[in-house]
Design a protein around this ligand. Structure first.
Ligand SMILES: [Zn+2]
Length: 214
C-alpha cells in the first residue's frame, strides 16, 4: 500500500484555532540524563488535522468513538477551490464541480493549508463552507466533508450553522487537511482514510489523514 499524507504536523506552539488553548508539546525527559526521551501533549482535541463528531456541536450527539472505523475510510472527491478569493463562502455553485458525490468523502482544497501560521489571514480569511453549501452536502448524500482549515465554517457568525447542518445530519467533518504538491496525481483511484484516536466520549480527535492505494 502507498500513502499520500494530507495531515498537518503537530509541534510545540504550532498554529491552532485562536479560541483554543495554545498547543504545548514540551519534552519532559531526554537522553542522556533521564535514560529516555518523552514528550507531553497539552492541546485541545480539535487541534491539527482532526475529526469532528456530532457531539462537538449537538448536545447529546454521538461521540467520536461511537463510529465503526469503516466510517472514516472511503472514496474521496477532492474539489480544487484554490481559485477562490480570501473569505469566500463556498456555496452550491462552487460545489457543483464535485459532480456526483453520494456516499463519498468530499474534500475541499482551498489552498489555506499552505498558509498555516499565526496570522490574521490564516485564522480569519479562509474560504469556508456556507450554510447553503452545507445544505447542498446533506442533500447530495455526501458522507463526510473535509477542508484545509481548522474550521469548516470559518470564524464568522455562520460557523455554528454550518457545523450544525453537517453534524446534525450525520455528516462527519475533518478539518486542517493539507494538499501538498502531487495530491492530484496521487488522488486518481485512491481511497481516503483518517482514523481517530480511541477516546471514549470525546467530541473529536486528532487523526492522520491519508490518500492510499495499492
Ligand atoms: Zn473541529
Amino acid at each position: 500500500m502507498r500513502f499520500f499524507d494530507l495531515s498537518q504536523p503537530l509541534f510545540d506552539g504550532c498554529p491552532n484555532c485562536h479560541v483554543h488553548p495554545p498547543v504545548r508539546l514540551p519534552r519532559t525527559a531526554d537522553h542522556p540524563q533521564d535514560g529516555w526521551r518523552m514528550e507531553e501533549f497539552h492541546m485541545a482535541s480539535h487541534t491539527g488535522t482532526h475529526l469532528d463528531a456530532p457531539l462537538h456541536k449537538m448536545a447529546g450527539g454521538a461521540s467520536i468513538d461511537a463510529y465503526p472505523l469503516e466510517t472514516f475510510c472511503g472514496e474521496p472527491v477532492i474539489v480544487d477551490l484554490t481559485h477562490l478569493e480570501a473569505g469566500h463562502p463556498i456555496g452550491p455553485a462552487d460545489l457543483e464541480a464535485a459532480g456526483a458525490c453520494s456516499g463519498k468523502i468530499l474534500l475541499l482544497n482551498t489552498g489555506w493549508g499552505h498558509k498555516r501560521a499565526k496570522t490574521e489571514e490564516w485564522i480569519h480569511r479562509s474560504p469556508w463552507l456556507s450554510p447553503a453549501g452545507a445544505e447542498w452536502v446533506v442533500e447530495k448524500d455526501v458522507r463526510a466533508v473535509g477542508i484545509d482549515h481548522f474550521s469548516i465554517g470559518g470564524t464568522g457568525n455562520e460557523n455554528a450553522a454550518t457545523h450544525e447542518i453537517l453534524l446534525g445530519n450525520g455528516v462527519w467533518v475533518i478539518e486542517e487537511l493539507c494538499f501538498r504538491e502531487g495530491w492530484r496525481e496521487f488522488a486518481e483511484a485512491a481511497s481516503f482514510m483518517a482514523l481517530p484516536l480511541l477516546v471514549p466520549g470525546f467530541s473529536g480527535s486528532p487523526c492522520r489523514a491519508v490518500l492510499m492505494k495499492p
